[in-house]
Design a protein around this ligand. Structure first.
Ligand SMILES: *Cc1c(COP(=O)(O)O)cnc(C)c1O
Length: 397
């Protein structure tokens, strides 16, 4: 134990910063879980009902994924040994990318160690100082970070506001640094912290009118929407109007990794210029094998049953909590408190009842927009949802 008195100046400075975070209700901490990440998790020896996972279909613990991962370990080992460009590219990554491209209906796909790495590598490979990036106000931090890193001129449009986007497009058209400057719009399809959907059809029409490129992050939609569960772009029939389709293998697909789907030229360019792909050891082959199994599963009758179960739980929640059911349906159900400390207190109260719901605060959302982010999964039961709603009803508003 080091008391504050004998702390060295470095640690004393960091302690001051941590204390400042705590005072603002923004300090974060890890809670150790001694069980698989599922609807029931063990924390401090007690079982909690988990309503904060992005494992929306409950695939992270599905036997098909676990078996695929174990087989890949046995056949290809625990680690990949190097970047895919250095010592050869293991077969499970190629199988995954072929499966992904077929799933998304694109010419090609490329996978990264995470969705975060996919966003950073892709944005910095595609646009630079001479280009203009236009982002929805609520896009994920990985897109914001990629935007900063690539050095393009940045414009933000109000969340899902097509009029504001058009203003920014007009500005960009007039203010291109060079005739060859590109304009790239980036949005999510289903937004991660609000659970609302982007108007993708109108977005595609607008970007075509202005000759801009469009990148859509389907991190929270892939595996969940449409007759083949390809995501929202496919459901709305606009995939072909999107140059860059991005997502993660770590949420509804239950595995780990990020992907970009699009043309062969896009993928070839990223293999050559996406630094987060080039200068990073390939993921473990087991993660790729699990993701491949997940994509097959999602497209099967089992996938359809899980999808139906998820939307049934969402409908039960909406009815019991007297919340409107949005279209498209969403398993991300925010309860906005605003004040950070109040959101934290609500989460603490629920945890005392062994209900695990995370308080989401700045910088995951804007300051003063703190919320409980309830997520439902296909692995929850009707009783689980009823228990949650009963506890939420007793919380101070
Ligand atoms: C989680 C998330 C990512 C990052 O994906 P990881 O595979 O977790 O790194 C990207 N975009 C959005 C919208 C996300 O919610």
């Amino acid at each position: 134990m080091v008391s504050c008195g004998d702390m060295n100046p470095f640690d004393a400075e960091l302690q001051r910063r941590l204390e400042a975070l705590r005072e603002q209700g923004l300090r974060r901490e890890l809670r150790r879980v001694d069980s698989p990440a599922a609807t029931r998790i063990t924390i401090g020896g007690r079982t909690h009902l988990n309503f904060s996972s992005n494992d929306y279909l409950g695939l992270a613990n599905h036997p098909a994924l676990k078996e695929a991962a174990i087989r890949a370990v046995e056949q290809f080992g625990a680690g990949a040994g190097a970047s895919r460009l250095i010592s050869g590219s293991l077969a499970p990554f190629h199988e995954l990318e072929e499966t992904l491209a077929a799933f998304k209906g694109t010419e090609a796909a490329l996978t990264f160690s995470t969705g975060y790495a996919a966003a950073l590598g892709t944005l910095t490979a595609l646009v630079g100082k001479e280009d203009i990036l236009i982002l929805d106000k609520l896009v994920h931090a990985c897109i914001v970070d990629g935007a900063r890193l690539c050095g393009a001129t940045l414009r933000i449009y109000r969340h899902n506001d097509l009029n504001d986007l058009e203003e920014k497009l007009k500005w960009a058209t007039k203010n291109r640094p060079q005739a060859t400057s590109r304009i790239l719009i980036v949005t999510e399809s289903l937004f991660s912290m609000d659970g609302d959907a982007a108007p993708l059809r109108d977005l595609v029409a607008l970007k075509e009118r202005y000759g801009a490129w469009l990148m859509v992050d389907e991190a929270h939609a892939t595996g969940l929407y449409g007759p083949r569960r390809r995501g929202l772009a496919d459901t709305l029939g606009v995939s072909r109007g999107i140059e860059i389709q991005m997502g993660t293998l770590g949420k509804a697909l239950g595995a780990s990794g990020g992907y970009i789907c699009g043309s062969r030229a896009l993928v070839d360019l990223l293999i050559n210029q996406a630094r987060s792909f080039i200068f990073s050891t390939a993921p473990v082959p087991a993660a790729a094998a699990a993701a491949t199994a997940a994509i097959h599963l999602v497209q099967s009758d089992t996938g359809r049953e899980l999808q139906e179960r998820l939307w049934a739980r969402v409908a039960e929640f909406s009815a019991a909590a007297h919340r409107p059911s949005p279209a498209p349906p969403s398993m991300i159900l925010p309860i906005v408190y605003g004040d950070e400390t109040r959101a934290l207190q609500a989460a603490d109260t629920l945890r005392e009842q062994h209900l695990y719901v995370t308080a989401i605060r700045y910088p995951s959302v804007a300051r003063g927009a703190a919320r409980l982010r309830v997520t439902l999964t296909a692995a929850h039961t009707t009783d689980d949802v009823a228990n949650l709603v009963a506890a939420l009803n007793l919380l101070a508003p």
